[in-house]
Design a protein around this ligand. Structure first.
Ligand code: SF4
Ligand code: SF4
Length: 555
């Protein structure tokens, strides 16, 4: 295995020069000022990418916000809109919203209202050594050229000042002052959506401060106390899933229809009869996919069914409301929505009497139903949950399926989903699986990787947020570090589409973000960069099935 160094590649002289030019000091107290946007970084000041994407003039043109959007919505953070907050119609409305924000902040620190996250929240709100180690760890801060607004501690330090002044009523001489008006509240809510909640910064903080948690709790105040949410996460996400069954809008009949089609297609392409079992009482495993796979990447659930059947596992999908879609967007912005969806998943498993739930290739579904659900589930609802990575590794180790590595004779790199590696420590299984299905000289690690990976840029909901100019922001800032890493990992290969290269991203949201960034930079046509999941690589190498399960045309 080509195990490259885990250190990020150093900046080139040109990158450092650009970075120095962009750096701008924004004072914490600017957050309250009626002074227009605090950042609006022009394309010419982006840090250059590696070849063949190193010519700034060939990058997609920057599209500014429309005048209509500027007129109607709050955009004084950085001329980007994620949240769609209409401007309040009167000073009274502004005052009501500010008071509601303060009330929400107080509830965050009240055990009755926030027992789930209170302890880590207090630690992060009370302490910070101001060493800025976290800034160096943040890909968004780095790709902004070091703009203060995107410093992890910028948002956190304002949060702390609000906490000390408005929640605890403490001296502003000791903790620093902040004027909490509507400018500050609107900017803080938007700013909470300039963080992928990837916790790379939290991992490096010498005293364990979790800047991601603070960003997430601001989102929670906005949602639970003020009714301010991101449409893609809330109305078209949590609500749709709880009402119809899936954030994709598929009800149980539609999802079964789609899976039937996927079974037929997989059978045709592999020559192996594939049938997906539904609602099997007493099965060992309830498999829960991210339903986005069923809609956008049907080869993924097809490959799961093929592998699990071939390994002789006792498994089922559930057609119960929400139980065929592992997404739980509440984990990014709202505890109530989170708990409702988690309960629906667990109830489906309890009803079927399965021994355990296995989560498909979806990082945030892993986080939601394992680590976070452990805080709210008890008794008979606490059914064992596992990552699909453990099951897939068991399949490989069992020897029940034979793999021919030579079928995956193309360069492969691996993206580590933050929620699997950093949050849950699942690092080795996916690598052992790759060792079994990819020729040794064809695999190369990204630098850095494993628990030190960079977020794909789509974390915390960004991958499905594309309103106004937000998609462009995520490609230019949150996703650019990952794109840089992908390019660096393939630098020893001919960069054209005659030589396909595979970015293995075993997470539905990461895959969506990587798809989008490949399209944004036209990286398939310019460099032959494609992407897909892990199970597709496994089936592509499986003996006894028709070759070429991976169809580069997908990507
Ligand atoms: S690394 Fe930790 S202590 Fe240092 S500035 Fe960041 S949050 Fe504060
Ligand atoms: S959680 Fe990730 S995106 Fe957010 S501030 Fe930390 S490193 Fe940056």
């Amino acid at each position: 295995m080509n195990d490259q160094s885990n250190a990020p590649s150093p900046m080139t002289a040109r990158q450092m020069e650009v970075s120095r030019k962009i750096s701008k000091i924004v004072e914490l107290t600017d957050i309250s000022k009626d002074c227009g946007p605090l950042a609006d970084i022009p394309l010419e000041q982006q840090i250059p990418l590696p070849p063949p994407f190193d010519k700034i003039e060939e990058e997609p043109a920057h599209t500014p916000l429309t005048d209509a959007a500027k007129e109607k919505y709050e955009c004084d953070l950085d001329m980007t809109i994620a949240v769609n907050m209409p401007k309040p119609g009167s000073p009274e409305e502004e005052e009501r919203l500010v008071n509601s924000f303060i009330s929400g902040m107080k509830k965050l620190f009240d055990e009755e209202n926030n027992w789930t996250f209170l302890q880590p929240l207090i630690i992060s709100a009370e302490h910070c050594a101001k060493c800025q180690t976290c800034s160096d760890a943040c890909h968004i801060y780095e790709e902004s050229g070091g703009h203060d607004l995107y410093r992890p501690s910028f948002r956190s330090e304002i949060f702390r000042r609000i906490y000390h002044k408005y929640v605890k009523g403490e001296s502003t001489w000791v903790h620093g002052d902040i004027d909490l008006n509507w400018n500050a509240v609107a900017r803080m809510i938007e700013l909470s959506y300039r963080c992928n909640l990837c916790r790379r910064c939290a991992q490096t903080c010498p005293i364990g401060v979790d800047n991601a948690l603070l960003a997430r709790e601001i989102r929670k105040v906005a949602s639970q106390e003020m009714g301010i949410t991101v449409k893609e996460l809330h109305e078209a996400g949590s609500w749709l899933q709880q009402k119809v069954g899936s954030s994709t809008g598929m009800n149980d009949l539609v999802v079964k229809d789609n899976l039937e089609f996927i079974d037929e297609d997989t059978t045709e392409r592999t020559g192996v009869p594939v049938v997906t079992p539904w609602d099997v009482e007493g099965a060992d495993i309830l498999l829960i996919h991210n339903a986005g796979e069923i809609m956008a990447w049907p080869e993924n659930p097809g490959a799961f069914a093929l592998l699990m059947n071939a390994a002789g596992l006792s498994w089922t999908l559930s057609s119960d409301l929400a139980a065929y879609d592992g997404i739980n967007y509440g984990v990014w912005y709202d505890d109530v929505q989170f708990a409702r969806t988690a309960m629906m998943h667990m109830e489906a498993a309890r009803k079927l009497g399965v021994k355990k739930i296995i989560l498909g290739e979806c990082g945030h579904a892993h986080k939601a139903l394992t680590v976070i659900a452990d805080r709210v589930l008890g008794g008979e609802m606490n059914i064992p949950r596992e990552s699909c990575m453990a099951m897939l590794l068991d399949i490989v180790r069992s020897g029940k399926i034979k793999f021919d590595k030579s079928r995956n004779d193309f360069p492969v790199t691996l993206h580590d989903p933050c929620n699997m590696v950093r949050l849950m420590g699942i690092v080795a299984p996916q690598r052992e699986i790759i060792q079994a299905v990819v020729p040794e000289n064809r695999f190369r690690e990204m630098a850095p990787h494993g628990v030190e990976n960079y977020c794909c840029g789509g974390g915390s909901g960004f991958a499905i947020m594309s309103g106004h100019n937000f998609a462009e922001w995520r490609h230019r800032f949150s996703g650019r570090r990952k794109f840089r890493q992908i390019l660096e990992s393939f630098q020893d290969e001919p960069m054209d589409n005659e030589h396909p290269k595979y970015v293995c991203a075993p997470c539905s949201n990461c895959k969506g973000q990587i798809r989008d960034i490949i399209q944004y930079y036209d990286a398939w046509n310019k460099a032959g960069i494609g992407y897909g999941g892990l199970v597709e690589l496994m089936v592509n190498a499986m003996e006894g099935v028709e070759p070429n399960y991976i169809d580069w045309e997908w990507h």
